[in-house]
Design a protein. Structure first.
Length: 247
């Protein structure tokens, strides 16, 4: 596999990381490296799912790539990225699929993930570098501006443990903390799913939860909205079940 994509920029980044790790100098800061990283394309590992994929002309669409997550010594969850294929151990290369992504987009992605603390560049090698999110980074859907559901819209209610939770404003969240429906279990993510109202329809999205969401038995792709209809069953982490009642 050739590593000839943005090769000069990647070479500069790897050189700075090497010098920074060998002897952190005031002249070389992590911020300097991050500035270059945000301009570069990096390799992101994940497990590729094709069960829901379709063939369009000669292209596979709707592929599902679930990113790998690694932990540092303090059990902090980090998203691994690699500067080149040569930085990826052979057994790891055989285990995961890899896509090229602009690293600036990766930063934006992890800021929205409550269960990921940052990225680690080139884990497993001497050219590794951890980049944690800044304190006070942008919060997830719990901080979004609430919008009242239109008065002429059909009333929607989530029924959970024999209790009814009307959706009067969106985003309507279900999760472990500070959610419209709180489920204080470790297998439930802080913000597990988000329900929105758009174009006269209620929609649901898994908010990149750790243990996943199913609607009527179908697993949702992270951060992709699906229409909710009356009688649909929502299942969180294969453990908690609730029903949708739309009048």
């Amino acid at each position: 596999m050739a590593d000839n994509y943005n090769i000069d920029l990647i070479a500069d980044i790897e050189d700075l990381i090497k010098r920074y790790n060998k002897n952190p100098e005031k002249r070389i800061t992590k911020k300097d490296i991050v500035v270059l990283l945000q301009k570069a394309e990096v390799l992101v590992p994940g497990r590729l799912g094709i069960k829901r994929a379709d063939m369009k002309d000669e292209t596979l669409v709707n592929l599902d790539l679930r990113p790998d997550i690694v932990k540092d010594g303090g059990k902090t969850r980090l998203l691994p990225v690699f500067t080149t294929f040569s930085q990826i151990p052979e057994d790891y290369l055989d285990t995961f699929s890899f896509i090229r992504v602009n690293c600036g987009e990766i930063y934006a992605y992890i800021e929205e993930c409550s269960n990921v603390a940052g990225i680690v560049v080139n884990p497993f090698t001497e050219l590794n570098l951890e980049v944690k999110k800044k304190k006070g980074a942008r919060k997830t859907a719990t901080k979004q501006v609430s919008t009242a559901v239109a008065e002429d819209a059909k009333e929607a209610v989530i029924i959970y443990n024999d209790e009814k939770y009307p959706i009067k404003k969106t985003p309507f969240t279900i999760g472990r903390e500070n959610a419209n429906i709180e489920i204080g279990q470790s297998y439930i993510s802080k913000v597990h799913v988000v329900i929105s109202f758009k174009d006269g329809k209620y929609r649901i999205a898994d908010y990149d939860s750790t243990n996943g969401t199913k609607v009527n038995g179908t697993a949702l792709r992270p951060k992709v909205y699906y229409e909710l209809k009356d009688g649909y069953e929502i299942q969180l982490a294969d453990k908690e079940t609730m029903l949708v009642d739309i009048d």
